[in-house]
Structures are given as C-alpha cells and as structure tokens.
Design a protein. Structure first.
Length: 359
C-alpha cells in the first residue's frame, strides 16, 4: 500500500535528446529472444517540482540522461562504444533544456542519480554548486572520489566538484511504499525515493504523487527494467483474451497468437527474463521487478523506465507536465506496445529462416 497523503508534485518527463544506437543485448535475456540482438535506446530524465510553505518552489531531477560531450566519459566507457560499434547522439545537456524553457536552475535542490551508469549521470558540473547529488547505498565506498583517483569509478571526479553528495543509507528508507523501502524526500508524501537493488550498486527508483482524489502516481523505474517484456505479462497483469494494440497482426490479436511469441509460451511470466550476466545481483533484480509489477498492475500508477522507447510517441514531454497521464490514457495506450516490436522481430526471424532453407 502507498501511504496516503494530500500533497502532490508537478512532474515532467524530459526528452534529454540523448540516444544510443546499436547497443548489444543478445546476452541480456534468458532464455534468449531470438533475433533481439541490438537496442536503440533513448534516456529520459524527470523534473519534479514541489511547492512548499509560502509557495517556495523546489526542483528535483531524477537522472540526467547522457552528457552532450560523451567523449569525456570515463575512458573505459568510451572504449566500449567502439567495441560495440555503437553510435551516441546527444543534442543538448539537460541543463540546457531546462534553461531554454525558463527553469531557474538555481532552484534545483538535488539531482538523484538512480545509479552511476553513463546513460543516467549526465553532466552535473553544469549545475550550480548548491545542487546536491543524491546516490544510493554503497556508492561512496566503491565509486568515490571518482575517476581518475579511483580508476575503477564510473564517473569523473571533476563532474561533482563543489557539489554536496548525499548517500542514502539503508536506514534512510524507513517507509513502506507498496512493499518497497522508501525515503520521503519532502516529508509530505508527495515524492518518494525507493531502494531498488539488483541492476547495479545503490540502484534507486522513485514514486511521485501526481494527483489526489483519486490518488495517481508516476513510478520512475530507472534501469530496473529496460523493455516492457521484462515487466509484463504477470499474474497481476495478464494478457487479455484479445489485444487491440495497433500494430499487432492481426488486430485484435488473440492471446494464443501472442503466447507463441513467448520463448517459454508462458501465460504467467514476462516475455523477457534476465540473464545472470546482466544485473549485478540477479535475485535482487528479479525481486525488484516483482515488486514493480504490483505498481504496474495498479490502474492509478504509470510505470516509466528510463529507456522505454515505446513511450516516445505517446507521452507529452517537458515543458508539459505529465500529471494528467491517466486522463490522457498514456498507460492504456502504451502498456502492450512492446509486443508489436517483439512480433516484428519474430516475423523478421522467420523470414530469414525461410530464405536460408534449401529449396
């Protein structure tokens, strides 16, 4: 259960203009989904705006996307792009997007790094020194002070120079938020930072209350899941008997046709399971997904993960607020979109198999 409260925040989904193309993913899922070998991913950030006492406005950013000068990432990451033959494309840093839309960045109280991977950390050095950086449990011990002093670090130490870094210890997550440990950032139930272990050290999710009467929420899942097929289907959100998702063939598409796409032909488990090589801790990552499935099954919670390309043509981006997501039907429109992509991959795989068969 999500604790009741009467205060909301304004939330905007930021198109950070950052994309990564040709990212290998063949070994990320178990069992493999044949034909799913590369990903093209966007990276969302989130602007949370809170009006406090006397309408004092504070902004919090959840993630920053990819930095525009991505060649200044730590060398080991830049080397990986070459090894992958990946293409990185970033038009603007997140701070530029905010300033272009008249956001006073001096009012950005904090940047929450969901974790320290390159496609989330952006470039915090572009923000004023008064902006705190919030990280999850264990980050300082393993990752600080940053590269090059710590050669194993995933970020440059100069990027956080002058910024206070706040690490949320396990005891900080002292509220049960839908069975996930939560930290009430503003102290009024409007915005929770959630401990979401598994994908990487100190991995964080977040939950924003977007309306009251009825209460609605946006759940920021970061990298707890990368594709909708890692989350859906589930016992709590099974496939309908016929799915009228535009792009499926046929449409409406019978459930038995859709289950043929599932590597295990299962009616109970997500289409894409995690390979043990992918998350830092497989058991924790799977448990986090299971907990998120509870939120995902709630019609009043809209789950948005950082790289969900299927949302790109559905949601309204910053400077628009996303608080009216339910009225606009974004969840209903996007929930099963991932199946359109999986069906196309399977069809292309079948066509390739046919061409390779001897006549």
């Amino acid at each position: 259960m999500i604790p009741p409260a009467s205060t909301t925040v304004s939330l905007s989904i930021i198109d950070t203009t950052s994309w990564a193309f040709n990212i290998p993913c063949e070994d990320l899922f178990k069992p493999r989904f044949e034909g799913l070998t590369k990903l093209n991913i966007c990276s969302y950030a989130f602007l949370i705006t809170h009006n406090g006492i006397d309408n004092e406005k504070k902004h919090v950013l959840f993630d920053l996307g990819i930095r525009k000068d991505w060649k200044n990432l730590v060398p080991k990451m830049v080397q990986k792009f070459g090894d992958w033959d990946a293409k990185i494309q970033v038009e603007q840093d997140t701070v530029e997007i905010l300033k272009h839309n008249s956001v006073n960045v001096d009012m950005v109280d904090a940047i929450v790094w969901s974790h320290l991977h390159w496609d989330h950390t952006g470039n915090p050095s572009t923000f004023p020194p008064g902006t705190k950086i919030i990280v999850g449990t264990g980050i300082k011990a393993k990752q600080f002070p940053g590269y090059p002093t710590n050669p194993d670090s995933d970020f440059n130490e100069k990027d956080i120079e002058g910024h206070e870094v706040v690490e949320l210890e396990k005891h900080s997550f002292n509220i049960d938020v839908g069975r996930m440990p939560g930290y009430d950032y503003f102290g009024d139930g409007s915005f929770y930072i959630l401990d979401a272990p598994g994908h990487s050290l100190g991995h964080l999710n977040a939950l924003a209350r977007t309306s009251t009467g009825p209460d609605t929420f946006i759940f920021m899942a970061a990298d707890s899941t990368h594709l909708g097929g890692e989350l859906r289907q589930s016992n709590q959100m099974p496939l309908p008997e016929a799915l009228a998702q535009p792009g499926l063939v046929p449409c409406p598409c019978p459930v038995d046709v859709l289950l043929q796409l599932h590597p295990l032909h299962s009616a109970e488990t997500p289409y894409l399971g995690l390979d043990p090589c992918f998350p830092e801790n497989l058991a924790e990552a799977e448990e986090t997904i299971r907990l998120i499935q509870g939120f995902d099954a709630d019609e009043n919670v809209f789950v948005v993960f950082a790289h969900d390309v299927s949302l790109y043509d559905t949601v309204g981006f910053f400077p628009k607020a996303a608080n009216d997501w339910k009225v606009k039907g974004w969840k209903d429109e996007s929930r099963w979109k991932f199946l359109v992509d999986l069906q196309k991959i399977a069809a292309n795989r079948g066509a390739s198999d046919t061409k390779s068969d001897p006549v």
